[in-house]
Design a protein around this ligand. Sequence first.
Ligand SMILES: C[S@@+](CC[C@H](N)C(=O)[O-])C[C@H]1O[C@@H](n2cnc3c(N)ncnc32)[C@H](O)[C@@H]1O
Length: 272
Amino acid sequence: MWRIVFRFINFYFTADTRYTVHSPFVFDFVKNVLEDTRLFYAYHSIETHRKFLLKNHKKIEVTDLGAGSKYSKQKQRSLRQIAKSALSSPRFCRILFKLCHHYQAQRILEMGTSLGISAAYLHSADTRARLITMEGCPNIAEEAKKLFKTLKLKKIEIRVGDFEKSLEEALQSLGSADLIFFDGNHRKAPTLAYFEKAMKYAHESSIFIFDDIYWSEEMMETWEQLKQDQRVRLSIDLFDMGLLFFRSEFKEKQHFKLVPWWWKPWRMGFIS
Ligand SMILES: C[S@@+](CC[C@H](N)C(=O)[O-])C[C@H]1O[C@@H](n2cnc3c(N)ncnc32)[C@H](O)[C@@H]1O
C-alpha cells in the first residue's frame, strides 16, 4: 500500500500540466481527453450497473489465467469482490470513452473483459465501432454478457479463452487495430509478448493503453521497456494507465507524465 503511495507522490511531482507541454498533439490530448469534463449519457447507466455489481453477493467459480488479484486468491468469488478489486475506476473508464470518442476508434480490442464495465465504456463512445473483448474465465464472461444485454450493447463481441490462443485470432478478425486496451495479465513476459503480436496489426494512428503500470516493480519495468521500443514515438503516463502512440509526425520521441491542470493550479502562471 505505502509503495503505491510513494510511487504516486513521485509521479505527481514530476508530472506536467497543459501549461508546461509544448507539443500541439499532447496539448490537444490534455484538453480534449484528460480534461474534458462533459458527462456523457452512457456514463450514468454504466455506473448504475457498477453499483448493482458492488452490492451483488452472488458467488461464481473463478479461473484466473493472469497475475490475479493481490487481495484474494479464492476460487469462489462474489461479483461484489470482483467488482471491487478488478474493475477500472470511473475516472479511468471515462478516459477510455473519451479516447475512443476523440480519436474516432473503429476497431477496438480489449484484453481482459472481467464483468464488462470498461468494455461498455469503450463501446458506448460509438456503438457502430467494432469491439472485441477477451476474457479467460467462462463464468466471468457469462456475467459480462448479461451486462451487455442489459445495457443493450448487442454488438460487443466477447471471446472466451486464454489470450495465448485468442489474441492472434481476434487481431486477424479485426484486420488492424485503432485502439488496444491491455488489461489482463499484469506480468512482464506475457505483456511484452502481447505487445509484439499486437504491433503486427498496429498503424500510424493506433493507440495502445496499458493498465496498472505502477502496480508492481515488474509492471513498472515492463512500462519502461515498452516506452523504449523504437516503434513508439510518444508515451503518456497518467499513473493509472500508460498510453503509447506510433505516429511518424513525432520526429523526436517524447515521454510525458500528465495531470489535469486543477491538480496543480499554481502551474497556470498566476502564482509562481
Ligand atoms: C483487471 S480484469 C479486467 C477489468 C476490465 N477491463 C474492467 O476494467 O472492467 C482482468 C481480466 O483478465 C482476465 N485474464 C487475465 N489473464 C488472462 C489470460 N491469460 N487470458 C484470458 N483472460 C485473462 C482475468 O480473468 C480478468 O477477468
